[in-house]
Design a protein around this ligand. Structure first.
Ligand code: NHR
Ligand code: GAR
Length: 217
């Protein structure tokens, strides 16, 4: 089997919080669903619960507190040194809450993914569930995208839609979106690990075809 002859894709996962997406990726690696291996988990917050999840799984963890750095550039330089120590084939943002400099992003261009809780290009930025409900739309969702310097602007590689129900709250909606996140993020990482997913000329290419992008509503 070609797949099992390939060495596992080395991942470094960046988190800021609960790490439920991290857990889904840990589980997908452990079960053999994806041919990947998490080399390290890095958090900008010392109290991120995801650090416990990593420790439980025997994965090295690091905390890089952004408040200890003079500016974004200094933080990003320390972060990329930490990451590059592990020589990952893919950097995975999983609920990571710091905007990254253009210099940092370009260093990992084509080998860094993010999961963003909206149907991009709608609702870039923060508080997406509340904004989606207030928009009056009956559809919301989640997108995995290649990270580019434009915040939440890189090409989408995988997405799921989630219906907005009458009486929905941001918390209820977030829970249903998270269930989809835990399915589509390991799936996309698996594609990348198999060499099926690439960034080429600002397009996300899956099996040689551009992944369709949505219109803004
Ligand atoms: N950096 C670049 N250059 N491009 C992207 O697409 C990025 C990125 C960094 C993070 C994740 C993103 C999301 O999925 C992400 C994508 C944080 C903020 C933010 O405003 C916005 C988007 C994302 C992550 N952060 C505040 C800041 O000043 C801090 C907010 C907080 O700490 O709670 O960095 O939504
Ligand atoms: C997820 O919903 C993720 O999409 C979102 O934060 C949550 C993290 O959950 N990401 C962002 O909002 C990035 N700005 P988790 O820590 O349980 O994976």
């Amino acid at each position: 089997m070609a797949q099992s002859q390939q060495s596992p894709l080395a991942l470094v996962v960046l988190i800021s919080g609960s790490g439920s997406n991290l857990q889904a990726i840990i589980d997908a690696c452990a079960s053999g669903q994806i041919n990947a291996d998490i080399k390290a988990v890095i958090s900008n917050r010392a109290d991120a619960f995801g650090l416990n999840r990593a420790e439980q799984a025997g994965i090295p963890t690091h905390v890089l507190d952004h408040t200890q750095f003079s500016d974004r550039r200094a933080f990003d330089q320390a972060l990329s040194q930490q990451i590059d120590h592990y020589q990952p084939g893919l950097v995975v943002l999983a609920g990571f809450m710091r905007i990254l400099t253009e210099e940092f992003v370009n260093h990992y261009l084509g080998r860094m993914l993010n999961i963003h809780p909206s149907l991009l290009p709608n609702f870039q930025g923060l508080n997406t569930h509340k904004r989606a409900i207030e928009s009056g739309s009956n559809q919301h969702g989640v997108s995995v995208h290649f990270v580019t310097p434009e915040l939440d602007g890189g090409p989408v590689v995988n997405r799921a839609t989630v219906a907005i129900e009458p009486g929905d709250t941001p918390e209820l909606l977030a829970q249903r979106v998270l269930q989809q996140e835990h399915r589509i993020y390991p799936e996309a990482i698996g594609w990348f690990a198999e060499g099926r997913l690439k960034l080429a000329n600002d397009l996300a290419m899956l099996d040689g075809e551009p992944v369709p992008q949505l219109e803004k509503h």
